[in-house]
Design a protein around this ligand. Structure first.
Ligand SMILES: *[C@@H]1O[C@H](CO)[C@@H](O)[C@H](O)[C@H]1NC(C)=O
Ligand SMILES: *[C@@H]1O[C@H](CO)[C@@H](O)[C@H](O)[C@H]1NC(C)=O
Length: 446
C-alpha cells in the first residue's frame, strides 16, 4: 500500500462517544484517514458491512456465560456462533483504548496518559445519561436507511456504548461535577436505567452488581434489536462483520474515584481492574460474529491480539487480500489472516500501559509489571460459591514484577526476585525501556 486514497467519501461512519479525544486533532486525524481508507478499500472489494460495538467497562465475567446471574442471552448466543478472541487486549482505560482502536497507535506514543484519562472519566460520568436505546436506535435507522437507499457501498458503524460504565448511571448518587474550572458536589437522579431492566436482575441482592446486571441487560437488548434488524433487512446473508468487545476491564471495589466508591465489577479470575496493568484491566470479552467471512465459525482464536491491531485487521478483511496491510507509523498489525486461518498471531509483544506510576509490557510469555510503590490490585469479586485466599489488595508491590503468563495466567507468582529468571527479566526489561523511551520522545521531541 503506497498511498492513501485521495478521494474517499466516508459514508456511514458515525462515532458516538463521550471521549474528549476528539478535541485533539492529533488523535482523530488518523482515524479519519483510516476510516476513509477502510471505506475506499471495501468499495472495490467484497464489500462486507461492518459494525464494531464497544461496551464501556464491561468486566471479564459480566455475561451470563461466565456468571449465570447476568442476563445476556443475545451476547452468549452470538458468541456461540462466532470466533471468540480469547486473548484480545485493550488499553486499561476508555480514552486510551478508544484512541488505540481508532488510530492503530499506542496511546503512550501520542501523549495520552492517565491524567488525561482520569479527567475523561469525570467527563464520561457527567455525560453518563442512560442512552443505550438511543444508540441502538441510531444504528438501526442507519442500517434501514442503507437498505432503503439500495446503495452498493457497504456501511461501517462504530457503535460506542456508554454502558455499562459504573452504577452511577443507574442509581441516585452524589456526583462530583468537575468542569475545566472547578468541582462541585450534587445529586443527579436523571440517569436511571428503565425499571424493566433492573427487574430482570432483581434476583441479585447486591445493589451494585444488580445495577451492572441491569445495564448489561440493556446492552444485550441493543445487540438483540440490531441483529434482528440485520436479519430482517437481509444483511445476514451478505458479508457481514459484527465485532463486539469491551474497551477495558471492569472497575472494582477499591477503585474509588475521588469521593465515590461505587464499582463492583468482576474480572475474576483475572487479576486487577480497569486502570491497572494486570490482566483484568485489559484482557476483555471479544468476539467476531460474521457471515461469509470466517467460514469455520464457531471456534476460539487464542493468539495474541492487541487493540491497535483492529483497524488494520478490518481493513485487511475488507480488502479480502492475502497481502498483509502495513501502515507506516501505526503500531497495530494486520491479524486478519491469523484469525481467519487460526494461525499464529502476528505479534509476540505488546504494551499494556505506560504511565509514570503504573506500567506493563509483555514479550513472549513473560510479562513485566511496574508499580511505583505501596499496595496494588489483587483479585476481586470471585464468582458466587468460589472460596479464595487470593487477596483484593496486595499490601506492597513497589517496583517490578515478572509473570510467566503461560504457567500463571492469573499473575499469582512474581518471578522478578528469582535468580533463575534473571535473563528473562533483562530481556523483557529491554523492551519495556524501549517503549518507555518512545513515550519520552513524544513528550520531549529531539
Ligand atoms: C443530570 O444529568 C443530566 C445529563 O445526564 C443533565 O442534563 C442534568 O442537568 C443533570 N442534573 C443535575 C442536577 O445536574
Ligand atoms: C429493543 O426493542 C424493543 C422493542 O422494540 C424496545 O422496547 C427496546 O427499548 C429496545 N431496546 C434497546 C436497548 O434498543
Amino acid at each position: 500500500m503506497s498511498h492513501w486514497p485521495r478521494d474517499c467519501v466516508c459514508l456511514y461512519v458515525f462515532v458516538l462517544s463521550t471521549n474528549i479525544m476528539f478535541l485533539n486533532p492529533m488523535l482523530w486525524l488518523p482515524l479519519a484517514v483510516l476510516s476513509c481508507y477502510l471505506i475506499a478499500s471495501i468499495v472495490s472489494a467484497q464489500q462486507p458491512n461492518i459494525i464494531v460495538a464497544v461496551i464501556d467497562d464491561m468486566g471479564y465475567n459480566e455475561r451470563s456465560s461466565r456468571d449465570p446471574r447476568y442476563r445476556t442471552p443475545t451476547m452468549d448466543d452470538l458468541a456461540s456462533q462466532s470466533v471468540r478472541l480469547n486473548y484480545l487486549y485493550t488499553q486499561p482505560s476508555c480514552t486510551m483504548s478508544r484512541a488505540a482502536l481508532l488510530t492503530g497507535r499506542m496511546p503512550h506514543t501520542m501523549g495520552i496518559e492517565n491524567v488525561f484519562d482520569k479527567f475523561d472519566n469525570r467527563y464520561g460520568r457527567l455525560m453518563g445519561k442512560y442512552d443505550t436505546e438511543v444508540l441502538a436506535q441510531r444504528a438501526i435507522s442507519i442500517i434501514k436507511a442503507h437498505k432503503k437507499s439500495g446503495t452498493t457501498q457497504p456501511f461501517f458503524i462504530y457503535l460506542a456504548f456508554k454502558a455499562i460504565h459504573t452504577p452511577i448511571s443507574v442509581r441516585e448518587f452524589v456526583v462530583l461535577h468537575c468542569s475545566f474550572i472547578h468541582c462541585s458536589l450534587h445529586f443527579n437522579t436523571s440517569q436511571q436505567v428503565p425499571a424493566y431492566l433492573s427487574d430482570r436482575c432483581s434476583h441479585i441482592s447486591d445493589p451494585l452488581i444488580r445495577d451492572r446486571c441491569g445495564t448489561m441487560a440493556g446492552v444485550d437488548d441493543a445487540l438483540k434489536n440490531i441483529t434482528k434488524t440485520l436479519e430482517g433487512q437481509g444483511y445476514t446473508k451478505k458479508p457481514l462483520m459484527l465485532m463486539v468487545m469491551s474497551d477495558n476491564g471492569g472497575s472494582s471495589p477499591n477503585g474509588c474515584e475521588i469521593l465515590i466508591c461505587v464499582n463492583s465489577a468482576s474480572n475474576w479470575p483475572l487479576r486487577g481492574k480497569k486502570a491497572t496493568p494486570f490482566e483484568g484491566g485489559t484482557r476483555v470479552p471479544a468476539f467476531m460474529y460474521s457471515f461469509g467471512l470466517l467460514p469455520d465459525s464457531p471456534r476460539d482464536y487464542n493468539g495474541l491480539i492487541h487493540i491497535t491491531d483492529i483497524p488494520l485487521t478490518l481493513i485487511s478483511m475488507a480488502r479480502n487480500s492475502n497481502t498483509p496491510v502495513v501502515v507506516p507509523d501505526v503500531d497495530g498489525k494486520d491479524q486478519w489472516q491469523a484469525i481467519k486461518q487460526n494461525g499464529p498471531s502476528q505479534r509476540d509483544r505488546m504494551v499494556y500501559q505506560m504511565w509514570d506510576d503504573e506500567a506493563g509490557v509483555r514479550k513472549g510469555k513473560y510479562k513485566l509489571v511496574y508499580h511505583t510503590s505501596g499496595p496494588c490490585s489483587g483479585w476481586y469479586n470471585p464468582l458466587p460459591g468460589v472460596n479464595t485466599a487470593l487477596p483484593e489488595d496486595v499490601p506492597d508491590c513497589g517496583g517490578f514484577m515478572l509473570f510467566d503468563l503461560e504457567q500463571d495466567p492469573y499473575e499469582i507468582n512474581d518471578l522478578s526476585k528469582d535468580p533463575d529468571y534473571a535473563d528473562e527479566m533483562n530481556d523483557v526489561m529491554e523492551y519495556f525501556n524501549m517503549e518507555k523511551a518512545r513515550k519520552y520522545l513524544f513528550r520531549y521531541p529531539l
